[in-house]
Design a protein around this ligand. Structure first.
Ligand code: HEC
Ligand code: HEC
Length: 235
């Protein structure tokens, strides 16, 4: 083999190794961003925000206080805002979704977060902003391809695979039938009522808990889990 050829192989191998490393870092950043999107103040251990977020519309009097500061409350678990599950119901705000930002630059997202509409400047660290931006620009998937919007059922999930994932990963904390821990809605009920929330929690984990994130195993694993938990008892 010629020296030149060996050199180019080495270069290629280094490139592959580096991009793999980059991938791992990126997935963990997206996962943390997903938890921040869910409830940033719980993730960073900040005090619950006081009062209702200034961008929360006065037309919605059903929700107030800390929950109106969570990204998911205004932009939805499906990141589709007024065009998604929050088109109606107690979280109806008329605010746009963020799906157009998959593939966009992080700079744009971070600028939006620090601008006056949101007012998050000074409330989170640079790392938090980067993780949130990675979630918004790189962590989205076509949610309507995996959850049927009208029946709310998981699409193309394999419940039998989901059952084995559940029994090996989730059961220790949530019990065989998904009714633990005490005080949490049964997974069978929650997953049929709000499958968009459940898929995000399964992909990214639960803020402020030891619950693992399944994102690194690929979307299909989470869809299989969702399809199984939808068969669990509702109470
Ligand atoms: C109280 C409601 C509210 C909360 C909470 C909220 N946003 Fe927004 N967001 C808005 C509004 C309003 C806009 C402007 C777009 C519109 O009017 O529909 C916006 C716009 C954005 C944009 C720019 C969209 C674009 O196309 O350029 C991004 C990115 C964004 N939000 C991300 C987030 C993230 C991430 C969080 C959580 C850290 C968050 N938002 C929390 C109300 C909210
Ligand atoms: C190490 C323990 C642990 C494991 C393992 C775990 N979870 Fe959790 N999970 C929790 C805790 C703690 C909560 C928060 C409970 C509460 O809100 O009372 C939670 C919350 C949730 C929620 C949100 C419930 C809500 O009302 O917001 C869902 C959905 C969920 N888990 C699904 C799963 C699934 C599916 C798995 C397996 C892939 C799993 N969890 C694995 C500990 C765990």
């Amino acid at each position: 083999m010629e020296i030149k050829q060996i050199a180019s192989w080495l270069l290629a191998l280094t490139f592959i190794a580096c991009s793999q490393l980059g991938y791992a870092d990126e997935v963990s950043s997206i996962v943390r961003g997903g938890k921040l999107y869910d409830k940033w103040y719980a993730v960073i251990g900040a005090a619950k925000p006081d009062g209702t977020h200034p961008a929360w519309p006065a037309s919605n009097t059903k929700k107030k206080g800390a929950t109106t500061h969570r990204c998911k409350s205004c932009h939805g678990w499906d990141l589709m805002g007024k065009d998604g599950a929050y088109a109606s119901g107690s979280y109806k705000t008329g605010i746009s979704g963020l799906t157009q930002l998959q593939g966009a630059s992080n700079t744009k997202v971070i600028a939006a977060l620090k601008a006056s509409t949101h007012g998050y400047a000074g409330k989170m660290s640079d790392e938090d902003f980067t993780d949130l931006a990675n979630f918004v620009t790189k962590g989205q998937f076509d949610i309507d391809a995996v959850i049927d919007r009208s029946s709310k059922k998981a699409k193309n999930g394999n419940p039998s695979k989901g059952e084995s994932y559940y029994n090996t990963v989730c059961m220790n904390c949530h019990g065989k039938t998904g009714t633990e821990p005490d005080g949490m809605p049964a997974l069978g009920a929650l997953s049929n009522k709000n499958p968009w929330e459940v898929i995000q929690k399964v992909m990214n984990g639960q803020p402020d808990s030891e619950m693992p994130a399944m994102r690194a195993f690929g979307l299909q694993v989470s869809v299989d889990i969702l399809s199984y938990v939808q068969t669990l008892p509702k109470e």
